[in-house]
Design a protein around this ligand. Sequence first.
Ligand code: WT7
Length: 653
Amino acid sequence: MGYDYGSDRVSSLPTGLRMWPSKRYAEMHLRSLQNPEGFWAEEARKLDWYKTWDHILDWKPPYARWFVGGRLNACHQCVDRHVKTWRRSKVAIYWEGEAGETRVLSYSTLFREVNRFASVLKQLGVRKGDRIALYLPMVPELPIFMLACARIGAIHTVIFSGFSAQAIADRVNDTQARIIITADGGYRRGNIVALKEITDEAAKLCPSVEKVIVIKRTGEPVPMAAGRDWWLSSLLDKSEMLVKPEAVESTHPLYVLYTSGTTGKPKGVVHGTGGYLVFNHSVYEWAFNIREESVYWCTADVGWVTGHSSIVYAPLSHGAAIVLYEGAPDYPTVDRWWDIIEKYGVTIFYTSPTAVRMFMRYGEEWPLKHDLSSLELLGSVGEPINPEAWQWYYKHIGGERCPIVDTWWQTETGGIMLSPAPGIEPILLKPGSVTFPLPGVDATVVDAEGNENPPGQRGFLIIRKPWPGMLLDIYGAPELYRESYWSRFPGSYYTGDFAMRDEDGYFWLLGRTDEVLKVAGHRIGTVELEDAVVSHPAVAEAAVASKPDAVKGESIVFFVTLKAGVSPSSSLKKEIVELPRRVIGAIATPDEVYFVQSLPKTRSGKIMRRVLKAVASGQSVGDLTTLEDEASVEDVKKAYQSLRKVSDTSKGN
Ligand code: WT7
């Protein structure tokens, strides 16, 4: 299989973080790759099926369909199943509002609510396969509506509540959603985010939208369009108490979630039901050792895949309690998160390296004020974690007691792919390494020709076998699906990430290979950003690059050429900075804008992004070691020098 699990080396290592031989993991991983179907069938039996599958895997590259012929329901899996056990009276959701209000929902309360919400959707004529857009703050109604959609076989598409009207409209139009569910507002740093007004602006651009359901959160007056807009409370008045879960096919789409790629348009990643649930149920057991008595807090927004899998579907499928926090991490004081951990007795805490770095800056005196002894395990996700942040997290949050699971995955993979697996067997952790692929994941690192790289050599991370959490497709764009993931290394899934394995076989993630940025863990396409800036009438061309940032990992730097006769000014700079915010959302705000005479391009007209990146980061051409540079070294040098000159003189925002 070409795997070196490094167990001999690992068990001979003396360090304080040591774990334990990885024999059990190695045995399990090997078995899963030798007989993936048998392995996953065994895992799938841990869930409830109305009808078992006829066959486990239907692999017609590039499409994998899992548990074909099987029928199940995601809402049943996450709710009904628990209500039949002692868990009916145990906590499902601890919710904390930004201003300090709390709501605690038991599994039986959750059961009642998902039924009523599902009935509301039915009243409005929603049927299996219909798409429903959710544009909501972090309130319990968000997971409840997701589960209510799943209950009746409707497909939810959650839109992050920080996105702009245009971003909502793009997503709603792509899925042709009939209903948008939103709120009268959301809270952020004590301010109200006008979600309903933004929804109204978006709905003007969305002919498919028939109804808008509005949840009362702030109580502020909002415009309501007669016949189109409905308060949730008025619909709930007429709801039924029980709605039978729809026994959907294993391959029935559970949701569509948009993510950035290399094109100007976000891609609608489609996830199925059976494979997605089986995969997530298993990987949360392996990576997080999650149990029904866990109090699990993933700090992501439900609007990202992390929120879908790590807040909703995986922990609830295990009957764990989740923490849902509405507001800003450091509001009103910078120990808000540590306060929440103490208050609810969080046992598993999962966050991003950006957040860890931010809290590291505030200082360890803040977590020290709190009793964090309930914590058993810490997780990290979204971007590489630098060893310094790792150590701080380990020491000051985990009290040198809790393993850190650095989990690598993507919107497309549906669930965690590479990560330590303390739920199987603890191993020695190396700060900054995601360690090994989880069982069932056949990951490796290859060169540009697809040959496996020797240890220590950077290459492309690929997955050689389908896994149950794998995306079903890109919504309405099968060519894009094939092209994005399956054309670069035929037969293997292309992740778009650089990686390396070390002498012990550990995997290290080394950033994106493509035109996708990771800003504060958020995935943003360079083309989307550039399209937004080029829409300015004074701009001729725009190219984006990223620059290392001590907290956010990467920050956004723009190089802009102006149309003839337009001269650079600080007001123009401000307008340019504002555009990505308006078109995409605040997460896309550029940090720096440079006006330049021309952009460095290859002979075929492709922008040499690496040159821009080097200039933005203040590196020399010598650092431009790349795997696939189209331009000659001379071209790169020339472009670098011309850009360097101009950017030096136009700096100083
Ligand atoms: C990209 C996927 C799925 C979780 C949230 C992000 C980067 C993710 C790690 C990690 C290094 C990581 C990769 C990946 N990434 N986790 N542990 N170490 N890089 O989902 O928005 O789809 O982004 O995030 O570059 O391709 P996403």
